[in-house]
Design a protein around this ligand. Structure first.
Ligand code: CP3
Length: 341
């Protein structure tokens, strides 16, 4: 069995499987070179040859245990017909959705057709990836996608989205329901084309109160997992409700995820004692510690391995690799975990 899948099936392994969120792209010189081939980021994502190459780059360089398909969570709003643009140095910009009539303008009918280049990239990676390596497909969760779609881009606190969700929940739910169906269909295709695992990114779960977390994170995520597993029973799914704090408890118990990915804020012993007893855990090295390097990095990697390494565990970061991260720091982490020097 592939190493990452073995951990997801609940087995403990002496050396954990290793992959890193945002391992492809930004910090890799070979990606920055390849990125020059298209003008816009979305064009890059929709060019199967380029997406295949970008997906394989970090696996080739670091011999990681998994590839994550090179794409972005915002291909979903794009495929639904919302205008999405990535502005150099500024992040994503979307034509914001602010009222019910804006939701009505989104079109779900062609979602699979519009995303064919993504599925072609999956098939292409599958054909080139060594058979012992896992291919991870991903999606944004409904709440996180809604945050970008309503706000029209990134934000500090996603004020408009949260106000809409609080003051007109029955309206906001129309958007969430549309996203549940879109994401479910998207993930089913990703699996059909060859992904071994799915990760659901809920990067902005942190901005919700506990009630909102139930309604906009747990319920929609549970529905997506149920939809996917109606077609692919027992399919391994990793959930990442970043910044969920104590709500990680209910998330792991109620959504049906096979594994939970932790941000760096959650104490290791708490993860071990409360979550790892029930499901596989993934995480949670601070991406800034990875960037900074030095003795602190070595110590933190060893500490994570020591505390979480006695149960089902996947080594990862608490959030994505930062652009300025030195390659040698990543190599060092892998050597420590695999006990080479
Ligand atoms: O290596 C991988 O993990 C695969 C590729 C991947 C990208 N985005 C490529 C990308 C993945 C898994 C994502 C997920 C993603 N995208 C998330 C969830 C994870 C997280 O970090 O919280 C979110 C919130 C987005 C939305 C997004 N895409 C933003 C805010 C930005 C701009 C800032 C940034 O992070 O770079 C992007 C652009 C983006 N997505 C780039 C890459 C390589 C940089 C654009 C470029 O290279 O021109």
């Amino acid at each position: 069995m592939k190493k990452l899948l073995k951990s997801l099936r609940g087995y403990h392994q002496e050396t954990p499987p290793i992959w890193l969120m945002r391992q492809a792209g930004r910090h890799l010189p070979e990606y920055l070179e390849l990125r020059k081939k298209t003008e816009t980021f979305l064009e890059f994502c929709y060019s199967p040859e380029l997406a295949i190459e970008a997906t394989l780059q970090p696996v080739k360089r670091y011999d990681l245990d998994a590839a994550i398909l090179f794409s972005d969570i915002l291909v979903i709003p794009d495929a639904l017909g919302q205008e999405v643009d990535f502005v150099k140095g500024k992040g994503p910009k979307l034509m914001p959705i602010r009222k019910i009539s804006d939701i009505h303008e989104l079109h779900i009918e062609k979602i699979e057709d519009n995303l064919i280049p993504v599925f072609e990239a999956i098939a292409g990676v599958r054909a080139k990836l060594r058979s012992d390596k896992t291919l991870i497909g991903f999606s944004g969760a409904p709440w996180t996608l809604a945050c970008y779609m309503v706000e029209g881009g990134g934000s500090k606190d996603f004020e408009r989205t949260r106000i809409w969700a609080k003051t007109a929940p029955e309206e906001f739910e129309r958007l969430i329901d549309l996203l549940i169906i879109s994401i479910s269909r998207y993930l089913v295709q990703k699996i059909k084309y060859g992904c071994d695992v799915i990760q659901i990114f809920d990067s902005w779960a942190s901005v919700l109160d506990s009630e909102g977390f139930d309604k906009w994170v747990i319920t929609p995520t549970s529905k997506i997992i149920k939809n996917v597993r109606e077609i692919y029973p027992d399919f391994p799914i990793i959930g990442f409700p970043r910044g969920a704090g104590v709500n990680y408890l209910r998330y792991h118990a109620e959504t049906g995820v096979s594994a939970v990915s932790f941000d760096s804020g959650v104490p290791l012993t708490w993860i071990r004692d409360n979550i790892q007893t029930n499901v596989t855990v993934q995480g949670n090295l601070d991406n800034m510690v990875l960037l900074a390097g030095g003795r602190q990095l070595d110590e933190q990697v060893s500490k994570i391995h020591k505390i979480l390494g006695n149960g089902p565990f996947i080594f990862n970061l608490g959030h994505g690799v930062l652009p300025k991260t030195p390659i040698s720091n990543i190599e060092r982490v892998i050597n420590i975990l695999r006990k080479k020097s």
